[in-house]
Each structure stands twice: as structure tokens, then as C-alpha cells.
Design a protein around this ligand. Structure first.
Ligand SMILES: NC(=O)c1ccc[n+]([C@@H]2O[C@H](COP(=O)([O-])OP(=O)(O)OC[C@H]3O[C@@H](n4cnc5c(N)ncnc54)[C@H](OP(=O)(O)O)[C@@H]3O)[C@@H](O)[C@H]2O)c1
Length: 289
């Protein structure tokens, strides 16, 4: 069974379940061969949208780790060009910390390093990782638009933004996607209207940490309600969480992370389940974190 999502109104269509690359490159990352196997399993399972960032790495000395890994893995399986690799700029990792830097200089430097790491002339989707409170948002956007005009970026996306920031950006330049944290335990963007707003503006909504996050996902398997629904639909608890997101709209493109082949193989099958309306309503009412 296939289910697709269009990126914004670009005509670019991808499988409705993407792969989040972060667990393959941050602290606790798997051996390289296992990371390759995860990416290969994703592509073999029909996946063709991978989310990464220059900062999916250990620290500033390791920037681009995840991008290089993905590029090598896709090259190895002959899938370069048939998979959209969406990356991001706007953070730094000094000593392993995560800090924002949305300055025009850093965005340019990051984008150019990402082009090299991904061995490409143009990044299909480049996302501002987060709005930097120290930099006028407009200046960060202008820097990204300049890179787009130079042909280094095809489409622009935003991450970790409010609806007001998205509206401000849309008034300035086309934005095809928003990537914010969203899962059954953190449904803020379901409740505050952000997902619906994205739909009306033809902006693809990319929920990150869709099964609860790098560590938080373990909660799913212990949650009595999720376990009950998993039994009812004969799927894993993770697939219940992903099916709930997929049913939030045809513009919703979850990007579950994985460091094990079995995890991404299971996540890709989330498109096979349709949750009943009353089960969706029950999940909608779960207390947020
Ligand atoms: N824009 C941002 O600021 C931001 C922030 C965080 C994340 N992200 C992006 O969003 C992606 C996803 O978020 P995330 O990795 O934090 O959290 P997540 O996708 O909610 O959880 C990832 C973990 O859940 C487990 N998992 C996923 N699907 C599973 C399944 N079907 N069965 C069993 N286990 C499963 C994996 O375990 P195993 O490791 O055991 O396979 C994986 O490590 C990231 O990889 C990254 O690309 C973006």
C-alpha cells in the first residue's frame, strides 16, 4: 500500500512516511554498517524523503556527519536522485550543546557545507532549523532567499516556528514546509490550529519526534491505552501513534527516526492502518506533556 504527500504545492510527491536521520548520528549512534542498513531498508521499503541537518552529529568538529552518511548510503544503494534529502541550517553544536545561530554568515556557511556533504549542486528542501532570537527573523529569511536565488536551494522550509512566524515568512517568500515537534503526548500544533493553518496555506506539516522522541518513544509501549489500540488494530504502539498523525491531514508527513532496521520497517507500514473516529478522538484528548 502506498500513500503519498506533496511537498507544499511544488508537485514533488513523496511517500507519506519519511525517515528522521538524527538517531544515526548523535550520541549513542549505531555503528556505520547498521546506519547504512537502516537507510537501505527505508529505501527498499519505498521511502523517499529523509530529514537531516548539518548538526546531526556529536559536536562542532563532527558537523555534517548525518548528511555524509545519508549521501554514502544512498550512493551505495543507487538511490541518489530518487530520494529527497531535506536538510537544515541555523544551529551550532559547541561542545555537543545545541545553540541557535540564524546569522546570514552562518546560514551561508552551513548551506555551502551541506551542499558538499550531500555531494549535490542544489538542496531540494532547506529548512531554517529554528528562529534565532538574537537575529532579526527577516535577516535570516533574506539570507535563505539569496541562497535560493543563487540556485543552491530549491525550496524553503521552517522548523520550530509559531503560526505568527510562519505568517510573517509567507508574507515575504514561499515556504513549502513547517517542521515542528508533534506527537500524541505533545499535540500543541493540533490544538492551537497550526496544522490546520498549514493545510489552508498549502504548507506541508512535518511532525518531528512523531513517536515521542529519541528517549520518549519508550513510553508508548507502556501506555495501557496505546497498547489496547495496538492490540485492536494488530499493529505496534508506534504505528498507532504514526497513524494518528497521518489522519491529521493529507499534508502531514511524519519523519520517525530509527537506529534499527526493524523500527523503520515497522514505521513504513503505518500507512496500512486507519483508526476509527472514536479512537482518534480518544487519542486527541490524551493529556499533553
Ligand atoms: N527540527 C527539529 O528541531 C527536530 C528535533 C528533533 C527531531 N527532528 C527530526 O525528527 C526525526 C524524528 O524525531 P526523533 O528521532 O527525535 O524521535 P522519534 O522519531 O519520535 O523517535 C525515534 C526513536 O523511536 C524509535 N522508533 C521509531 N519508530 C519505531 C517503530 N516503528 N518501532 C519501534 N521503535 C521505533 C526508534 O528506536 P531505535 O533507535 O531503537 O530504532 C528511534 O530511535 C529526527 O530523526 C530528526 O530528523 C527534528
Amino acid at each position: 500500500m502506498t500513500m503519498q504527500r506533496e511537498l507544499g504545492a511544488t508537485g514533488l510527491r513523496v511517500n507519506a512516511i519519511g525517515l528522521g536521520g538524527m538517531p544515526l548520528s548523535i550520541s549513542g549512534r549505531p555503528a556505520e554498517q547498521q546506519a547504512f542498513a537502516v537507510i537501505e531498508a527505508f529505501v527498499e521499503g519505498g521511502g523517499n524523503f529523509i530529514d537531516t541537518a548539518n548538526v546531526y552529529c556529536l559536536d562542532d568538529d563532527d558537523l555534517g556527519h548525518n548528511e555524509r552518511l545519508i549521501q554514502q548510503a544512498l550512493d551505495q544503494v543507487g538511490a541518489t536522485g530518487s530520494v529527497i534529502v531535506a536538510t537544515k541550517g541555523g544551529l551550532r553544536r559547541p561542545g555537543g550543546a545545541w545553540i541557535t545561530d540564524g546569522s546570514p554568515d552562518w546560514l551561508r556557511q552551513s548551506c555551502e557545507a551541506s551542499l558538499k556533504a550531500l555531494k549535490t549542486d542544489r538542496i531540494e528542501l532547506y529548512q531554517l532549523h529554528a528562529v534565532d532570537p538574537k537575529v532579526d527573523f527577516r535577516r535570516s529569511l533574506e539570507a535563505l532567499v539569496a541562497l535560493k536565488e543563487e540556485g543552491k536551494i530549491r525550496h524553503l522550509g521552517l522548523s520550530n516556528v509559531s503560526q505568527a512566524q510562519l505568517e510573517q515568512a509567507l508574507n515575504f517568500t514561499p515556504i513549502v514546509s513547517v517542521q515542528n515537534r508533534c506527537n500524541i503526548y505533545d499535540p500543541r500544533d493540533v490544538r492551537n490550529g497550526m496544522i490546520e493553518f498549514c493545510r489552508t496555506r498549502q504548507v506541508t506539516y512535518i511532525p518531528y519526534s512523531p513517536v515521542g522522541g529519541h528517549h520518549g518513544h519508550h513510553q508508548l509501549a507502556q501506555d495501557p491505552l496505546i497498547r489496547q489500540l495496538a492490540t485492536k488494530y494488530q499493529v505496534s504502539p508506534h504505528r498507532v501513534a504514526l497513524a494518528w498523525l497521518l489522519q491529521k491531514g493529507e499534508h502531514v508527513l511524519p519523519i520517525p527516526g530509527a537506529s534499527q532496521v526493524a523500527s523503520i520497517q515497522d514505521s513504513l507500514r503505518a500507512v496500512e492502518s486507519t483508526l476509527d473516529t472514536e479512537d482518534i478522538a480518544t487519542l486527541d484528548q490524551l493529556p499533553g506533556r
